[in-house]
Design a protein around this ligand. Structure first.
Ligand code: TRP
Ligand code: ZN
Length: 882
C-alpha cells in the first residue's frame, strides 16, 4: 500500500519577492468544452529586487503544446516540465515567452480554472486556479496588464466576456467569431475571468461622483431573466455607498455580473466581471426569501467593494488574505447596516461570529487572522479570515473614530494603489493617519483563539464610586501555547435604577464625557477603571455593540439580566442580555434533565417574553431576534461535554412551554401581522414577516390542528417565498399526512427552479423527525440532486450535518458514517467542497466518549484513503492530531 504523501506546508516566513515580473499578458482562447486551446504571450523581465535564478511558472493539469522564447521554439531539453511547474533556466533580463496549452473544461469538476457549468463556460481563479489555465507565476504579487481574445462558435457562444473593456471583435467564415478585451488596470492572475454562453443581459447605468457614466450588465441563463432587478438595484446602491462612505469611485466604463449554477463559493470579484453563484444573485419575490434578498444585497456589495479593497490594492501573498476579505466584510456589513437596520445587522453578525468563528477558534483548525502557515490555501477562506478579520478592522475604526478611520483608509488607498501589500501596511496607514500606536493591537492578527474577558464591579456607597475590574486571558491554540495580552476596546455604559443612563466620569476627570457610552482600553492582563460621582449603585452595560470579539464573563443573576433586557439603551446589549438569560436558564434545565428531575420554566422568563410581545410594535425586527432561542449548536459549545439529546429535548421543551403560556399573545400578534399585500423588500415589511413567522414557529410547537390549519392557510395564501417556506419548514417537522402532501405539492410547483428545489432539499435535511437520514439518502438519488453541484451538496448534506445536530449525532453513528462516505466521494470530484464539509466534525472532541469514538472512526476512515486531495488531507490530519 502506498502511504499518502503529505502535502507541503507553506510558511509566511519563507516569503520571497518574485524573481520575474510580467509586464503584459496576451491570452488567446479557442473555446470548446471538450478541449480549449490557450495561447499565452508574456512580456517578462527579471525583477531587479529579486533573487535571480530560474523562471518557475505554476501549472496544473495542463497539456503543454509548445514553449517559445523570443520567437524561438524551445526543445524539451530546454525546459523542465513537472505536474506542477514549468522551469526555464538562463534567461535574459527581458524576454517574450509564448506558451500553448490545452485544457478540458468538460472534465473539470473541481470548478477551479476554466469549467463548464450548465450552458456556460466560465472561470474561477482565486486562489490558485489560473495555473489550471496556463503556465504562469500564479501569485498575487505579480501584477500585469491583460489583453484577452476569445474565439468560439458564434451560434453556441454568442456572448464572450473578459475583464476590462471590449476593444475589438469580428467573425470568421466558418461560423466562429472572436472578441478582444483589454483591462488597463494591472492585476494578479487570480482576478482574471472569462465567460462564454448564450446569455440574457439586463442593462442599466450608473453615473459616478465625477460624472462618468458606467454601463452595468447582469448576464443570466434566459430562464432567469425575471430575477435580475434586485441585484442590479443592489449594485447601484453599493456604488453610491462606496463613494459616500469611503470616497471610492468605480474605475472602468463597464461593470458586469454573471450568474452560474455551479460555483464553489458565493461569488468572485474578478476585475469588472464579477461571477456569482446563481443562488447569491438571482431573486424574485416568488422564489427568494427575505433572507435571500438580504444576502444578495450584501454579497453584491461585497464583491463590488473588492474593486478597491482587493483589486486596486491587493494582497502580497495569501497569508494576507484578510487584508482584502476582513476589510471587505467590514465594508459590506456597514453597507447593510446603513441600508437596513443597524441594530439587527449587528446582532446577526455577532450571532454568526459566535456560532461559527468561536467554534473554529476553539477547535483543531484554529488560526490567526494572518496565518503563519498553510498546506492548502483554499482551506483558509474561513470565518476567522472573513468574520473575525472584519471585527479586527471594526476595532480599528473604534480606536481611530469614524473620521480618523476614514483618514486612515484614504491614506491606505492613496499610498498603495496598484500595489500588493500586507495587513501591516493597512494597520500602519490607520496608525499614521491618526498618530496612534497600534503595536500591541497587531496581536489580533498574529494570535489565534478567542480572548476571554472577565468583568467585576465594586460599588462604594460612601465614595459614590464604581470600580470596574477587567481581566483578560486567551486559551492555547495549536502551535500557540502562550498568549500575550490584547489591546481590547471595551465599550461601556452605566444604568440607574430607573433604567436611565448615568454620567461616565473616570477618576481624575473634571466632568463626565458626552454621551452614554465610552470605550475603555484594556491593555494589561488586569486593569481597574473607577467611575465617580455615582449617587446610586449602577448596573454596568459592558461590551456594547460587541466592541471586541471576545467571550465575556460577568456575574449577573437572572433578575439583573431581565432588567438589562428591558432597559439597556444599547440595543445589541438588550438582545445579548436576553440571550444570556436564555442560556443560563437552558443550561440549568439541561442539568436537571440529566439528573432526571421534572422541568419547570422559570416565571421570570415567561414574564420577560410576555413584556416583549406586548411591546412588539416598537421594534418588530428586534423583537423577532429577542424571541429566538440560542441554537442547539451554540448551547453545545457552552457545555463542558455537549449533550446533544438533552439539549434538543430541553430546548424543545422550553419553546413549547413558552408557547403554551403565551399562546394568546402569539396568536394575537400573528393575526395582527398577517396581512396579504404585494411583496416588497424593505425594512418594515421584512421585520413584519420575520416576527410573524417567529410567532408561527412557537404556535406550531403546540401540535394543535388549528395551528396546522393556520400554517397551511399561510402557505396557500402566500404570494412570496418567505411566507411559503416558513410554513413548509414548520409543517415538515410535524408528523402527519399533511407533511408529505406539502412537500409533494411544493416540488410539483417549483421543480423547474433550482434555487427553490435547493430549499426543498434543505427543508427535508433539517427535519428533526426520525427517518431524516434515510430520506436524505433517497433524495440523493432524486433527479434534482447531483453530487457535482456544490449548491445541492450544501443544501442537503451540508445543512443536515451542520444544522440538524439531533439527527446528525444519532447514537448509532449513522450520521458520521454518512458524512465520511460523502466526503470520500466528493473528494474525487471537488476537493474544495469536500474539505468544507469536514467542518461538521470541527468540534468532535467536545462530545461524550461514545460519540467521540464514532467521529474519530469516521475521520480515520477518510484519513486511511491513500489518494486524498491536499484540501481534505490538511483538515482531516489536523482534526486527528493530538
Ligand atoms: N474572493 C471571494 C470572495 O470572498 C471568495 C471566493 C470565491 C473563493 N470563489 C472562491 C475563494 C473559490 C476560494 C475559491 O468574495
Ligand atoms: Zn471577498
Amino acid at each position: 500500500m502506498n502511504a499518502p504523501l503529505a502535502p507541503q506546508t507553506i510558511y509566511l516566513a519563507d516569503y520571497q519577492v518574485p524573481a520575474y515580473l510580467v509586464k503584459t499578458v496576451d491570452l488567446h482562447f479557442d473555446l470548446d468544452p471538450a478541449q480549449t486551446l490557450v495561447s499565452s504571450k508574456l512580456e517578462m523581465m527579471r525583477n531587479p529586487a529579486g533573487q535571480g535564478g530560474a523562471l518557475k511558472l505554476d501549472g496544473e493539469q495542463l497539456q503543454l503544446h509548445s514553449v517559445t522564447l523570443n520567437g524561438q521554439r524551445l526543445s524539451e531539453a530546454e525546459y523542465d516540465c513537472t505536474d506542477s511547474r514549468l522551469v526555464i533556466d538562463s534567461l535574459p533580463d527581458e524576454f517574450t515567452l509564448e506558451i500553448v496549452t490545452e485544457i478540458q473544461p468538460d472534465q473539470n469538476t473541481a470548478l477551479e480554472g476554466l469549467y463548464h457549468s450548465g450552458q456556460i463556460l466560465c472561470t474561477q481563479c482565486e486562489a490558485e486556479g489560473f495555473r489550471r489555465i496556463t503556465y504562469y507565476p500564479d501569485r498575487p504579487d505579480v501584477l500585469a496588464v491583460f489583453t484577452v481574445t476569445l474565439t468560439a462558435d458564434k451560434a453556441q457562444w454568442p456572448i464572450m466576456l473578459s475583464n476590462g473593456n471590449q476593444v475589438a471583435s469580428g467573425e470568421f467564415e466558418d461560423g466562429r467569431h472572436w472578441v478582444c478585451w483589454h483591462d488597463p488596470h494591472p492585476k494578479p492572475a487570480y482576478l482574471f475571468a472569462l465567460v462564454a454562453g448564450d446569455l440574457y443581459c439586463q442593462q442599466d447605468s450608473f453615473t459616478t461622483m465625477s460624472g462618468r457614466q458606467v454601463t452595468l450588465q447582469i448576464f443570466v441563463d434566459p430562464e432567469n431573466k425575471a430575477k435580475c432587478d434586485h441585484a442590479l438595484l443592489s449594485l447601484k446602491q453599493a456604488m453610491q455607498w462606496d463613494e459616500q462612505a469611503f470616497g471610492r469611485e468605480y474605475d472602468l466604463d463597464i461593470f458586469m455580473i454573471v450568474a452560474v449554477n455551479d460555483f464553489n463559493m458565493g461569488a468572485m470579484e474578478n476585475k469588472g466581471l464579477n461571477i456569482f453563484n446563481a443562488a447569491c444573485v438571482l431573486a424574485s419575490p416568488e422564489t427568494a426569501t427575505d433572507d435571500d434578498f438580504y444576502t444578495i444585497q450584501s454579497i453584491v456589495g461585497h464583491e463590488y467593494f473588492h474593486n478597491w479593497s482587493g483589486n486596486r490594492v491587493t494582497c502580497r501573498d495569501w497569508f494576507q488574505l484578510s487584508l482584502k476579505e476582513g476589510f471587505t466584510v467590514m465594508r459590506d456589513q456597514s453597507f447593510s447596516a446603513d441600508l437596513n437596520s443597524a441594530a439587527v445587522q449587528r446582532i446577526d453578525d455577532v450571532d454568526m461570529l459566535r456560532r461559527m468563528q468561536f467554534a473554529e477558534d476553539a477547535g483543531p483548525m484554529a488560526h490567526p487572522v494572518r496565518p503563519d502557515s498553510y498546506m492548502e490555501i483554499s482551506n483558509f477562506y474561513t470565518v476567522t479570515i472573513y468574520e473575525k478579520g472584519a471585527e479586527v478592522v471594526r476595532m480599528l475604526k473604534t480606536l481611530a473614530g469614524d473620521a480618523g478611520f476614514r483618514r486612515g483608509t484614504d491614506l491606505y488607498f492613496a499610498r498603495h494603489d496598484g500595489q500588493a501589500v500586507t495587513t501591516d501596511d493597512f494597520v500602519s496607514a490607520i496608525e499614521e493617519a491618526n498618530d496612534l500606536d497600534l503595536a500591541q493591537f497587531q496581536r489580533w492578527y498574529t494570535q489565534a483563539g478567542t480572548p476571554e474577558l472577565t468583568v467585576e464591579c465594586n460599588y462604594n456607597q460612601a465614595e459614590k464610586t464604581l470600580t470596574v475590574t477587567l481581566q483578560q486571558s486567551c486559551p492555547a491554540t495549536p502551535g500557540q501555547p502562550e498568549k500575550q495580552p490584547f489591546l481590547i476596546p471595551v465599550a461601556v455604559g452605566l444604568i440607574g435604577e430607573q433604567g436611565q443612563s448615568l454620567p461616565l466620569q473616570l477618576t481624575d476627570e473634571t466632568q463626565p464625557i458626552d454621551g452614554d457610552t465610552r470605550v475603555l482600553l484594556l491593555t494589561e492582563n488586569q486593569q481597574n477603571f473607577t467611575f465617580i460621582n455615582l449617587p446610586e449603585r449602577p448596573k454596568l452595560s459592558v461590551l456594547r455593540g460587541f466592541s471586541a470579539p471576545v467571550k465575556l464573563t460577568q456575574q449577573r443573576d437572572n433578575a439583573e439580566l431581565a432588567f438589562m433586557m428591558a432597559n439597556d439603551s444599547d440595543s445589541f446589549n438588550r438582545w445579548d442580555a436576553g440571550q444570556t438569560l436564555f442560556i443560563n436558564i437552558l443550561l440549568a434545565l439541561i442539568a436537571e434533565y440529566q439528573s432526571g428531575s421534572t422541568l419547570v420554566v422559570p416565571e421570570l422568563l415567561t414574564d420577560q417574553l410576555a413584556a416583549i410581545l406586548d411591546n412588539a410594535s416598537v421594534e418588530p425586527a428586534l423583537t423577532a431576534r429577542m424571541l429566538t432561542l440560542p441554537s442547539e449548536n451554540y448551547l453545545a459549545a457552552q457545555m463542558a461535554v455537549a449533550d446533544v439529546d438533552a439539549i434538543h429535548a430541553v430546548r424543545s421543551f422550553v419553546k413549547r412551554s413558552l408557547a403554551v403560556t403565551l399562546k394568546i399573545r402569539f396568536e394575537n400578534l400573528y393575526q395582527q401581522l398577517h396581512q396579504i399585500k404585494p411583496y416588497e423588500f424593505n425594512a418594515a415589511d421584512l421585520a413584519q414577516r420575520s416576527l410573524k413567522n417567529t410567532c408561527l414557529s412557537y404556535l406550531m410547537t403546540l401540535t394543535e390542528p388549528v395551528q396546522v390549519e393556520r400554517c397551511l392557510a399561510q402557505m396557500a395564501q402566500a404570494n412570496n417565498m418567505t411566507d411559503l417556506l416558513a410554513g413548509l419548514r414548520l409543517i415538515v417537522d410535524v408528523d402527519g399526512p399533511q407533511r408529505q402532501q406539502a412537500l409533494e405539492s411544493f416540488y410539483q410547483q417549483w421543480q423547474h427552479d433550482r434555487q427553490v428545489v435547493d430549499k426543498w432539499l434543505t427543508v427535508q435535511a433539517l427535519s428533526t423527525l426520525p427517518g431524516t437520514l434515510t430520506n436524505i439518502k433517497s433524495l440523493m438519488q432524486h433527479p434534482a440532486f447531483s453530487l457535482k453541484n456544490p449548491n445541492n451538496v450544501r443544501a442537503l448534506i451540508g445543512q443536515f450535518c451542520r444544522n440538524n445536530p439531533s439527527q446528525f449525532h444519532a447514537r448509532d453513528g449513522s450520521g458520521y458514517q454518512f458524512l465520511a462516505e460523502q466526503i470520500i466521494a466528493l473528494d474525487k470530484l471537488n476537493p474544495q467542497v469536500a474539505a468544507r464539509q469536514l467542518g461538521a466534525f470541527n468540534s468532535w472532541r467536545r462530545y461524550n466518549a461514545d460519540r467521540q469514538k464514532q467521529m474519530q472512526a469516521a475521520l480515520q476512515m477518510i484519513a486511511d484513503k491513500s489518494d486524498l486531495s491536499p484540501d481534505v488531507y490538511e483538515i482531516v490530519s489536523k482534526y486527528l492530531a493530538d
